[in-house]
Design a protein around this ligand. Structure first.
Ligand code: IMP
Ligand code: ZN
Length: 346
C-alpha cells in the first residue's frame, strides 16, 4: 500500500506554503539568511515548528509556530527558494497537481505585491523544470487587519487578469478564533465576481452561525468542516445545509488530530462524510508542521477506514473534479487511468 499511495498521481488542494516547509528546506533557507542571526537557532526552531504526536499545544498555540517559518521567508529570494523546494517535495511524493496557498505579507524586505509577484513568477518560470502542475491560491489571514485582506484581494483581482493560468483562487484562513467572517464578505465577494474561486476554512471551531453564513456564501470548496456533523459539535441544520450544497470539503486528517480538533484517526469525520457521499479531497494542510505527506494521508485513510486500492483511486479521481484550474482535469484523469491500468497488470 505504501508504494501504491506514493505512486498514485495525487492532487493536493489544501497546503499552506509556510506550514509545508520541511527541515531540509528550513536549513537551506537558514543558509540563505545566514547573516540575520538565525544561524544557531534553526535546529531548535525546527523542533518547536513540528507538532508531533503527544504534543501538548492547543489549536491557538499551533498558530504561533508559523512565525518560525515566516522568519525564514522574508525576502523574494527566500520565498522563491521555499516555493521551489516545497513543490519538488510534493512532486517527489507523487503529486501531479497542487494548489499551493499562501498569505502575502509585508516584511521588512518585501511588500505584499512583491510577495505575490514572486510566487507567480516562480510558478510560471518553473526554473527547475518540475513536472508537477502548480497553481496559486492567495490566502486572507483572518487574524490580520481587514485592510491586509482587502489588499490581498486587490492584488489577486489585478494579477488574475494577466495570469489566470497560475492564480486561481482566494482562501480565508488563519486562527479561527480571531476575526469575523462577515467582515471579509465584501472583499471575498469582489474576488468571486472577478472570477476567482473561493475556498474557506470552515468549522475548525464550534461556531454554527459562522458555518451557516459561510455555506450560504456558496464557496467553491471549504477546508476541514470539523464542527458540522451533529456528532462533532455541529447540528442537523448545518449538516443538511452542507449535504445539500454539494460543496467539496478538503479534509486534513493528521492536521485535525495534531491540533486536537479530533482525538484520533478512528474518530475522524472522514467516515461520516464518506458514507454520506459529501464530496471530499484529502490534503496535508501543513506537511512541515504536522510531519506528514499526501501519500501518508492516503495511507492512513486506507488503514483507518479499510479502503482498498480502488477506493483510493476513486478518491484521487474525485479530487481532480474539484480543482480550481478546470482545464487540467483531463490531464490528471489520463494520468490516473494510465496508472490504474498499469497497476492492474502487475
Ligand atoms: P502561509 O500563508 O504560507 O504563511 O502559511 C501559513 C499560514 O497558513 C498560517 O499563518 C495560517 O494563517 C494559515 N494556516 C495554516 N494552517 C492552518 C489551519 O489549520 N487553519 C487555519 N489557517 C491555517
Ligand atoms: Zn489550512
Amino acid at each position: 500500500m505504501d508504494v501504491f499511495c506514493r505512486e498514485l498521481p495525487k492532487v493536493e488542494l489544501h497546503a499552506h506554503l509556510n506550514g509545508s516547509l520541511s527541515r531540509s528546506t528550513m536549513l537551506q533557507l537558514r543558509r540563505l539568511h545566514a547573516d540575520t542571526g538565525l544561524v544557531d537557532r534553526t535546529n531548535a526552531f525546527f523542533d518547536e515548528f513540528q507538532i508531533g504526536a503527544g504534543d501538548k499545544r492547543n489549536l491557538s498555540d499551533c498558530f504561533q509556530v508559523f512565525g518560525i517559518a515566516h522568519s525564514l521567508t522574508t525576502t523574494p529570494e527566500a520565498l522563491k527558494m521555499a516555493t521551489l523546494l516545497t513543490l519538488k517535495e510534493f512532486q517527489d511524493d507523487g503529486c501531479c497537481y497542487i494548489e499551493l496557498r499562501s498569505s502575502p505579507r509585508n516584511t521588512p524586505y518585501m511588500t505584499q505585491r512583491q510577495y505575490v509577484e514572486t510566487l507567480i513568477k516562480t510558478m510560471r518560470e518553473n526554473p527547475n523544470n518540475l513536472t508537477i502542475l502548480p497553481q496559486l491560491i492567495l490566502s486572507i489571514n483572518r487574524s490580520c487587519p481587514l485592510s491586509e485582506g482587502e489588499e490581498t484581494v486587490n492584488l489577486a483581482v489585478e494579477y488574475y487578469k494577466n495570469f489566470p493560468e497560475i492564480l486561481v483562487g482566494i482562501d480565508l484562513s488563519g486562527n479561527p478564533t480571531a476575526g469575523r467572517f462577515q467582515d471579509f464578505v465584501p472583499a471575498l465577494t469582489r474576488a468571486k465576481e472577478a472570477g476567482l474561486k473561493i475556498t474557506l476554512h470552515c468549522g475548525e471551531i464550534c461556531n454554527p452561525r459562522e458555518i451557516s453564513e459561510m455555506l450560504k456564501f456558496k464557496p467553491d470548496r471549504i477546508g476541514h468542516g470539523v464542527y458540522i456533523h451533529p456528532k462533532f459539535g455541529g447540528n442537523e441544520e448545518i449538516w443538511n445545509e452542507l449535504r445539500n450544497s454539494k460543496i467539496p470539503v478538503e479534509l486534513c486528517l493528521t492536521s485535525n488530530i495534531r491540533t486536537k480538533s479530533i482525538p484520533d484517526y478512528n474518530s475522524h469525520h472522514f467516515k461520516e462524510f464518506y458514507e454520506a457521499k459529501v464530496p471530499i479531497t484529502l490534503g496535508t494542510d501543513d506537511k512541515g508542521v504536522f510531519a506528514t505527506s499526501l501519500s501518508q494521508e492516503y495511507h492512513i485513510c486506507a488503514d483507518t477506514f479499510q479502503l482498498q486500492k480502488r477506493d483510493l483511486l476513486d478518491l484521487a479521481i474525485n479530487a481532480s473534479k474539484y480543482i480550481f484550474a478546470e482545464d487540467a482535469y483531463e490531464i490528471i484523469n489520463n494520468k490516473l487511468q494510465l496508472f490504474w491500468n498499469k497497476n492492474e497488470k502487475k
